[in-house]
Write a protein that binds this ligand. Structure first.
Ligand SMILES: [Cu+2]
Length: 145
């Protein structure tokens, strides 16, 4: 409830402060080099500067058959990943996709990307246009820094 109130407050604030429609910013994105072609995680940050809540529905990438949004959860001592069909980024808010929490998962890769290269990822939103972003591929050691 308190969270809803805060979101509403942010929504009102962002609406009254800016007159021009804002945008959705994506930054701090990276992909640790995957160990195999089964799956690769992508981490990033989405900031919604618009006056409307943004709903992330998933994405697509040339390198993978599927792109899903996952959340890592611990249930009765077991760490599991749950697929989310819709992830809300409230207006004026930022949602972090970080190890052990929310992340994007690229499944069934057609190759293992090299560290130092970039892959292209399209994020899809329910009511906003798709966003194409470049994701730097980093070695697992660099991903820990
Ligand atoms: Cu996952």
């Amino acid at each position: 409830m308190r969270r809803n109130f805060l979101t509403l407050l942010l929504w009102i604030t962002s609406c009254s402060l800016c007159c021009t429609p804002g945008t959705i910013e994506v930054d701090d994105a990276y992909m640790p080099t995957p160990l195999n072609t089964r799956a690769a995680a992508v981490y990033l940050r989405i900031t919604n500067n618009s006056e409307l809540g943004a709903i992330l529905t998933g994405g697509r990438a040339d390198i993978a058959s599927r792109v899903e949004v996952h959340r890592t959860e611990e249930l009765e001592g077991l760490v599991k990943m749950k697929r989310l069909s819709e992830t809300l980024v409230p207006a004026g808010d930022t949602v972090e996709f970080r190890p052990g929490a929310l992340h994007l998962m690229l499944l069934d890769l057609n190759r293992i990307p090299e560290p130092g290269t970039e892959i292209e990822l399209t994020l899809t939103f329910k009511h906003q246009p798709d966003r194409v972003i470049k994701i730097p591929v980093v070695s697992p050691q660099d991903a820990l820094k």
